[in-house]
Structures are given as structure tokens and as C-alpha cells.
Ligand binder design. Structure first.
Ligand code: ZN
Length: 297
């Protein structure tokens, strides 16, 4: 039997324990109640590390055996345990979270390999595990405060799909990373609030449904941007299945997205792509990062 613990940081933190790649017991969550999307960005790294340590200690105590591996998924560019950048969680930029956690756990008498992964990759791994697709290419867009792109199986690379350039318009500069023309600068929750200072993203989509032309134009741009990024990945890695999830996935209209992708992908061997919405579920990423950690261990 394999035992693993998975922790995922998105706009909140969830942690869970896996036995044989299945969740056991309840997920732990911070904050306990869904709060402001930006609550985590003000927590210092040392407090985050201590909180992860508390979660791991509590979950490890629930299992019959020590975990074989611990996986922690964070937004940003992660390589070999080091968080090289994290535009939406800036305090962890440059932090070797793998080493920090190994030391924190050693102080608590827990000696288990720790794997740090990208949050969107964890969701892709979780989808692959839950849908029996561990041998297939699985790609997932996460639509929230940031825009994440995850893929399974893990492949060395950066894969910052949210920062792919989808327009040459120099006025498109709302991305949290500061780059012009980025997908996240159009689709990200924070970027939408910066663009529409007079209304919340939910109101923008609501007004579009009620016929407001400015909002309708934006909703079309939002879908065309995602179509452009998806079409780019189809042209690079081939067709296949794309999943869409995240706190703002309710804004997504698959028929509209499909129409735009079809206008962009014209090479016949590439047209056999499929699209599916997954309701956001914390369990998917927790399973995914646990599975990823077990494979690494
Ligand atoms: Zn960007």
C-alpha cells in the first residue's frame, strides 16, 4: 500500500491524505471559509512553511504508517524544489520550498521525500489519475485569479501557458507579471478587475448576457484569447483532450470557445481535439500532487 500527503495552494490551501492514490478522511483547508482571493499573498513564507508542517503532522498522525511521499503544489515556475517565480504569490519567488519543507519536517521528526510541483500540473495529474488517463497526454487550463496550464505526464519545461502572448495590442497590459498581450492579462480575475474598474467580473459576464455591447465584446475577446492559446498548444503538441477548470470556469461557454478554435486550427490532422469542463474540486489537485510525489519517490 502507498501512503502520500498532498497540499495544494491556489487562492486557498487544501491538504489531504492518500492511501493507494485514493483520498482518505477529510481535506484540511485554509482559510476555513472561502475568503478574499488575495488572502494568501500577505502571509510570510515562514508562516506558510509552518502551516504546511502543521497540516502534514496532523494528516500523518491519521495514517497507520508514515507517508511514502509528500507533494506540495504551488502556482508558478517550479524546478527541482525551487520556486523560480510566482507572479500571484510573490513571497515564494526564489524560495527553495523543497529544502524549507524538508528542514521543517525534520524538526518534527518526519523524514519523507518532499516534491514541489506546479498547481496546474497537479490538476492535470489528478485528472489523469481519476479518469484512468495516466498513460495519455492530459492538458488542463485552470481559470481563476491567474490562468494556469498543466500537463500530465510531467515533462521538463516551464509551461507558463497563462503568460502566452495572444495579442499584439500594446494596450493589453493587465497581466500580473507585467508582460504585454498575455492570456492572463485578459482572462485572469485580477486583470478583469483592473480592466473594468466599475464592475466585478461576474457583472461583466452578466451584463454581456443582457446585451451590453462593451461587455459582449469583452466576453468574446476572453474566449478568443483562450482559443488562441489552446490553438497554439494544438499546433505545438498536437490535438487530444483539453480540460478546463478553476473558480471562474463558469464563465466559459464551450461552443463559443470551440467556434474560435476551429477558426484558428485548419490543418486537418490537428482538428480532432476535444474540450471538457470540470467543475472545480480541490480533491483533483490533492490526488494529483500526491500521485506526482509518489512517482518521484
Ligand atoms: Zn503574464
Amino acid at each position: 500500500m502507498t501512503n502520500a500527503i498532498g497540499i495544494v495552494i491556489t487562492d486557498h490551501i487544501v491538504a489531504g491524505r492518500l492511501e493507494d492514490q485514493q483520498l482518505k478522511g477529510k481535506l484540511l483547508r485554509y482559510p476555513a471559509d472561502p475568503g478574499e482571493p488575495d488572502i494568501l499573498s500577505s502571509i510570510p513564507v515562514c508562516d506558510l512553511v509552518r502551516m504546511f508542517g502543521d497540516f502534514i503532522t496532523e494528516l500523518a498522525g491519521q495514517g497507520a504508517a508514515q507517508p511514502d511521499a509528500i507533494g506540495i503544489a504551488v502556482p508558478g515556475i517550479v524546478r527541482h524544489g525551487n520556486v523560480e517565480d510566482s507572479p500571484n504569490l510573490t513571497q515564494i519567488k526564489g524560495v527553495h520550498l523543497g529544502e524549507e519543507m524538508t528542514q521543517e519536517l525534520a524538526r518534527r521528526g518526519i523524514k519523507v521525500p518532499v516534491c514541489i510541483a506546479n498547481d496546474a500540473d497537479a490538476i492535470a495529474a489528478g485528472v489523469a489519475a481519476l479518469y484512468g488517463r495516466l498513460e495519455k497526454l492530459t492538458r488542463v487550463w485552470t481559470i481563476g485569479n491567474g490562468i494556469g496550464y498543466g500537463r500530465w505526464p510531467y515533462f521538463e519545461g516551464v509551461w507558463e501557458g497563462g503568460h502566452i502572448t495572444v495579442t499584439l495590442d500594446p494596450k493589453e497590459r493587465f497581466c500580473g507579471c507585467g508582460g504585454q498581450g498575455h492570456l492572463e492579462g485578459i482572462m485572469g480575475h485580477r486583470a478583469m478587475r483592473l480592466r473594468f474598474l466599475d464592475m466585478e467580473p461576474e457583472e461583466v459576464f452578466e451584463n454581456a448576457r443582457n446585451g451590453d455591447q462593451r461587455c459582449r465584446d469583452f466576453v468574446d475577446l476572453w474566449h478568443r484569447a483562450l482559443a488562441a492559446a489552446t490553438a497554439s498548444f494544438i499546433h505545438l503538441a498536437g490535438p487530444g483532450k483539453f480540460y478546463f477548470t478553476g473558480i471562474n470556469v463558469d464563465f466559459l461557454e464551450l461552443p463559443l470557445l470551440r467556434t474560435h478554435i476551429e477558426s484558428m486550427v485548419k490543418l486537418s490532422p490537428l482538428q480532432s481535439f476535444s474540450l471538457e469542463i470540470l467543475p472545480p474540486d480541490d480533491r483533483t489537485a490533492v490526488i494529483g500532487v500526491g500521485v506526482t510525489a509518489l512517482r518521484g519517490a
